[in-house]
Design a protein around this ligand. Structure first.
Ligand SMILES: Cc1cc2nc3c(=O)[nH]c(=O)nc-3n(C[C@H](O)[C@H](O)[C@H](O)COP(=O)(O)OP(=O)(O)OC[C@H]3O[C@@H](n4cnc5c(N)ncnc54)[C@H](O)[C@@H]3O)c2cc1C
Ligand code: SF4
Length: 341
């Protein structure tokens, strides 16, 4: 790790002031929440912002609150530990509290924020390296070069760095929406649309936008949800494959399923074929098997993170199976249950 480069440090006390600073410094500024991702990246020489804008003094960005008719509002500066421990989150969306608990280590969750998790940069073993390492190799697309080293023949002109945020993946499965505020005003979009799929520029934020809040819609209360994560070291590690599943069981049949795969693509991967297959059907063993195969088919990781590609795909299948089996048991929609046919 290198010492941090020199930068101007600002601590605005309102979102409007943060947005004004962002407008002033443009691409030379970086926002910082808990700093658990940004600071190590700066030490690696991946970023050298002229100005770092801390969100820590903006009190209005903290907290979790249930709002009748709207849903669960989580401020961007809320820590992962606060989500994990929140009675509202645990009571209404236990799988989200559990997904927050999957992130890194207790120390990282004490510092790391929800906003930072949603805005996490993509990762790649050819990119998240020291400057010394980078100096010895040709720059790839994400570093301003021509080709992607991780692509099968090394000739792709696109970046496939991997989006590896646990809570974000679960929140996409929860149908969450995010609010983005700039000097020009605020807008709210589906969290799924916040991700571009481009590893070099993974977020759809417009210049000058601060992510201020995530809202889990109230209509999602009561759905079954789960998030299963595969990582190399259990104690502390990014996901190298993860499956989030939500669905509603009504009259013994599946409705409104969402399956999202994390850690295998440049965005949380929405497996559209799964809800198409499951809608209105009884979640029996053959259906679980078919849906898990669809998840595996959709996941096509490259060899740019830890873990073997084929094994990671197989883990997507295994976790999809487990998640669906949990759903079947939990929602009592498995074969043979009352009202299942
Ligand atoms: C060893 C290690 C292990 C880790 N393991 C995991 C893991 O298992 N799972 C996982 O999901 N993450 C992991 N992380 C990443 C990180 O700790 C978490 O994702 C955390 O939630 C990031 O939040 P933060 O507030 O610290 O982000 P920061 O470092 O403050 O910011 C991250 C990025 O988001 C931007 N940003 C922050 N807040 C906002 C906002 N409100 N609006 C717009 N942009 C914003 C910053 O500019 C920066 O680019 C790990 C990190 C380390 C160092
Ligand atoms: S996926 Fe390719 S372009 Fe992107 S960081 Fe890795 S090697 Fe570079």
């Amino acid at each position: 790790m290198q010492p941090l480069p020199k930068f101007e440090y600002r601590e605005p006390e309102s979102v409007a002031e943060a947005a004004r600073l962002l407008a002033e410094f443009g691409s030379r500024a970086k926002l910082i929440g808990g700093g658990t991702d940004l600071v190590p990246s700066m030490r690696q020489g991946l970023f050298a912002p002229a100005c770092v804008i801390s969100l820590q003094r903006i009190a209005g960005l903290r907290g979790i609150a249930w709002e009748e008719g709207a849903g669960l509002r989580i401020g961007a500066l809320t820590t992962l530990r606060e989500v994990e421990a929140s009675t509202e989150a645990r009571a209404r969306f236990p799988f989200l509290a559990a997904a927050a608990r999957e992130v890194g280590s207790p120390q990282l969750r004490e510092m790391g924020t929800v906003g930072g998790n949603l805005c996490l940069d993509t990762r790649c073993r050819y990119y998240n390296q020291s400057e010394d390492w980078q100096d010895c190799v040709e720059a790839c697309v994400k570093r301003g070069g021509e080709f992607c080293k991780a692509s099968p023949n090394g000739r792709a002109r696109k970046c496939f760095a991997v989006f590896s945020a646990d809570l974000a993946t679960a929140l996409v499965a929860a149908g969450a929406r995010v609010t983005l505020q700039s000097a020009g005003g605020a807008r709210t979009i589906d969290l799924a649309d916040y991700y571009t799929g481009d590893g070099a520029s993974p977020h759809a934020a417009k210049p000058g936008e601060v992510l201020t809040e995530v809202l889990v819609p109230g209509r999602m209360q009561g759905v079954f949800g789960t998030y299963l994560k595969y990582r190399v070291r259990q104690a502390i590690d990014y996901p190298i494959a993860g499956v989030a599943l939500t669905l509603r069981a009504r009259d013994g049949r599946v409705h409104d399923a969402r399956m999202i795969v994390g850690g295998v693509a440049s965005r949380p991967l929405v497996v559209k074929a799964v809800p198409e297959l499951l809608e209105g059907r009884v979640l029996d063993e053959p259906l679980v098997e078919s849906a898990a195969r669809l998840a595996r088919k959709a996941a096509t990781p490259l060899a740019n993170t830890a873990g073997d590609r084929a094994h990671r795909r197989q883990m997507v299948y295994e976790f999809a199976r487990r998640a669906l089996a949990q759903a079947a048991a939990h929602a009592a929609v498995a074969t043979g249950e009352k009202g299942a046919r």
